[in-house]
Write a protein that binds this ligand. Structure first.
Ligand code: HEC
Length: 255
């Protein structure tokens, strides 16, 4: 029993620490919301594929899954490739990216699974100005991130406001126990210095759509599983009625 408990705790622990201690904002994922998935796909193809790949996905598979025709995919979503059957590869060669950013932008195919939806949603809303960093940006859930804030024109510039936190410890000194107070600066909240073209509500909504899309990207079969699941539930509900009527029929003479 103890071993099982420990194993369970160890399975939960990485998720809890993945954010580096920063608080994550919860996001409502709805793979049944096709308009949201389509908007997420539009943002992803326009603003992320320049640096990142999603190399397990083909444009036409995505179009088919999200209800976008091949013609519309060709006209609106095909900047980084020639054919609708191509894989979603980054425009920027990996070597150039490494030279410019110091690290290559990772493939984003399964990031929603490795990091979690809440992490991505919070990450995309947590860039703030920091003049000391090479890109001019930092991020509360990914400290010293090499990625610049590519959507700052939408969100605007935000500043991180810090607050001082005091912590008191008891330490042993010369055989005596004394109280020591240490102060440290912790993140408190964001302040919008320069508003962007979107209101904070609209920006949050756009990032929810983008996150929704990345959850789909991480496991495209979930869309089918979703629909199949609904049919299965409907079948079970109908079957319940039939089974109940049958039971009544069989038992009607037994008292
Ligand atoms: C200008 C190039 C560039 C663009 C455009 C860009 N990124 Fe990034 N991104 C990076 C780099 C570089 C990293 C690696 C950061 C690091 O390791 O410090 C990164 C890291 C990430 C990560 C963290 C991945 C992980 O698990 O460590 C996520 C998530 C991400 N980007 C999402 C996006 C999304 C979504 C978009 C589109 C809105 C986008 N990026 C556009 C350069 C870019």
């Amino acid at each position: 029993m103890k071993k099982i408990l420990i194993a369970m705790l160890m399975a939960v622990a990485p998720a809890a620490f993945a954010s580096g201690g920063a608080k994550l904002d919860p996001v409502m994922i709805d793979l049944g919301d096709q308009a949201s998935l389509q908007n997420g796909a539009r943002i992803f193809v326009n603003y992320c594929l320049s640096c990142h790949s999603a190399s397990y996905m083909r444009y036409n598979r995505m179009g088919h899954d999200l209800g976008i025709s091949d013609e519309l995919v060709k006209e609106n979503l095909l900047f980084a490739a020639d054919k609708v059957g191509d894989l979603m590869k980054a425009v920027m060669p990996k070597e150039d990216a490494r030279d410019w950013f110091g690290t290559a932008p990772p493939d984003l195919s399964v990031t929603a699974r490795s990091r979690g939806a809440d992490w991505i949603y919070t990450y995309m809303r947590s860039f703030y100005r920091e003049d000391k960093s090479p890109s001019g940006w930092n991020n509360t859930v990914f400290p010293h991130v090499a990625m610049p804030h590519v959507l700052y024109e939408w969100q605007g510039h935000q500043r991180a406001v810090l607050r001082t936190e005091k912590e008191t410890h008891r330490v042993e000194e010369d055989g005596k126990s004394v109280e020591k107070t240490v102060e440290r600066q912790v993140f408190d909240r964001f302040e919008l210095e320069n508003p962007g073209s979107m209101s904070p509500q609209d920006y949050d909504k756009a990032m929810r759509d983008l996150t929704n899309f990345m959850v789909y990207l991480g496991e495209p079969a979930r869309l089918q599983r979703f629909t199949v699941g609904i049919y299965v539930l409907i079948f079970l509900a109908v079957f319940l009625v039939v089974a109940y009527l049958l039971k009544k029929e069989y038992w009607k003479d037994v008292h």
